[in-house]
Design a protein around this ligand. Sequence first.
Ligand code: M6R
Length: 596
Amino acid sequence: MCGIIGAVGRDDETLETLVHGLAKLEYRGYDSAGVALTGDGSGVDICKRAGEIDDLRESLETRSPSGAVGIGHTRWSTHGPPNDANAHPHKDCTGDVAVVHNGIIENYQSVRDELTTSGHTFRSDTDTEVVPHLIEEGLANGLDPEAAFREAVGRIEGSYAIAAVIAGEETIFAARNDSPLVLGLDNEIFYLASDVPAFRDFTDQVVYLADGEFARLDDDWTVTDADGTVLDKDVETVEWDPEETGKSGYDHYMLKEIHEQPRALRQCLRGRVDELGGSVDLGDLGDLSPTGVQFVACGTSYHAALYGAQLFEHAGVPAQAFLASEYAASPPPIGDALVIGVTQSGETADTLSALREASRRGARTLAVTNTVGSTAARECDHVFYIRAGPEIGVAATKTFASQQAALNLLTLATAGGDTRSVVPALRDLPGNVQALLDDSRAADIAEIYEDASSYFFIGRGYHYPVALEGALKMKEITYKHAEGFAAGELKHGPLALVTEDTPVFAIVTGDNEMATKTIGNVKEVEARDAPVVAVTDGQSDVERYADHVLRVPETHPRAAAVLANVQLQLVAYHVANRLGRSIDKPRNLAKSVTVE
Ligand code: M6R
C-alpha cells in the first residue's frame, strides 16, 4: 500500500525528514519511491526511482532537491508497472506542481482524455497524474493555488489521500477521501503522512483528517471542510512505541491484516460494481467470455481457486481447480479453456510453471494477483488485480478475502449469474466483515481449545474451500495438526480420528438442504464426544448440536464463505498467540515460494 510523507520545516532538514519518513513506511510494501521539494521563490524539484529507498538515496547523492517544503511517496503499483516514470511525485506540464496520492481515482481515464484533448502531455500510466494537470488548469484559469487544488480534488472520484506542492508556495495542500491522512505537529514544524510511523520519531501530537476534509500546512496548520469552513480539530497524543508503529498498535501484522479486510474488500470492489444498477464492469480486462476455466494455484490461493471454480460452475461455465504443482504431471485436456493463475505474489514458481505449461499448449491465460508488475502479471495474456494492498504476514489473510471478492467479480463480468442478488451482498461485505471483527468470540474459543491435539474443519459447497483454508491457517501458525474436509467425507475415513480431544469447526449458513446435511455430519461427531464449534448465521438449528457458536451476519451464501473464513482466521491467530508462536514468520515458511 502506498505511503505519503510531507513536511514543512527548515531548508537543511526537510529532505532528510522526508527520506526518514519514507523508510519508516517501508513496512507497508512498495516498489518505488520519490520526493518533491520547493522553497521560497524556487521551483519544484523532484527525485524519484523504481526500487528501494536505498536506490532513491543513491540518486539523491548525485542530485539533491532542496527546499523547506516537501512531499514524499512510496508507491505500491495499481495503474502501470513499477518504473521510474510511474513513481510519485507526479508533475504537471509546467513542472510547477507536484502531487503524491494514495488510493484509486475511478474516473481518471475520462479526465485524462479530456486533459489530453486540451493539450496536456502525460508522462506516466498512473491515475494520479491527472491531479497535477487539473491543478495546472485551475492556475492557468486564474485561480489561486488553494482554489486550484480544491477544484482539482472536486473533479476526481474514488479514494484518495493527496498532497501537493506548488512552486512559489511554501505550503502543502492536502485532502482525503477513504484513504488515511494524519498531521503531525511539532512546534513550528508540521508533518503530514498516510500513517503515524512516518513522523513518529519527531512528534507524538497528531490530528487525524476525516473523509472530505482538506489541510493546509505552511507556517501554521488548518483543516477545512469541503466548503472551506475552518474546523476545530482535536490534537491527540499517540502513545505507541515508535518501534511498534508499523503494526499500528496490533501485536502482529497478521492481526493487523485481518482487521484491514474491510478496507481491502472496498478497494477490490471500488469502481468495479455499479452501486445503483447492480452491474459489474472490469474496465479494460478485455472480452474473455470463457467456455471453460481451469484454475491453477497453490496453498491459500488454491482454496480461493476451488471457490472460484464453484462460482463459474454455478454460472454454467465448466471449471476445475488444479494444484499448480500437479498440473503438468497429469495435464488436463485444455480445449479452449481459459487458464487462470490465482497468486497473491504473482511469483510462486509452481503457479508460474503451470501457467507456462498452459500457454505452451495454446491456452489463453489470466493472472488474478495482488502484485502489479509481478511475473504472472507480465507473462499472462490478461491480468486482474485483487487490490488487497501489501501483505506482510506470511499467513495469507486479507488477500484470500480479496481473491474471493475478485473471483466473484470476474465470474459475474465474464460468465454472468445472478448479479442482482450477488452485487448487493458483495457491497455489504466490508461492513459485514467489520461487524464480525467488532464482535468475534474467536479469542474465547481459542482459550478453550488451545490444548487440543487436532482441529477439524468441515463445510459443504462454498464452505468446503473455507474448511480447507481454516485448517491451513491453523496448522501453519500454531504448528498443530489440523485438517479440513468436505463435510460429507468425514464418515468415509476421518471420523476414526474424531475424539473428545479434537474440536470440529462446522461451517453452516443458511437453512437449506446443504445445511441440513452438514448438521447431520455435526451429529455424527457429537455422538463421538467431539466438541463442536458452529460457524453460523443462525438460520438453521445447528446451534442445538454445537458447544460454541461463532456468528456471521446473514447474507448471500457466497459472501457467507468470506465471513466464515474471517472467524477461522481469528481462531487460528488467537491459538497461535496463546502458544507463543512466531505468527508473522512461521517456521520453515516463506511469503513468496519461488522454487518448485
Ligand atoms: O503468492 P501465492 O498466492 O501464489 O502463494 C501461494 C501459497 O504459497 C500461499 O497462498 C500460502 O499457502 C499462504 N501464504 C499460506 O497462508
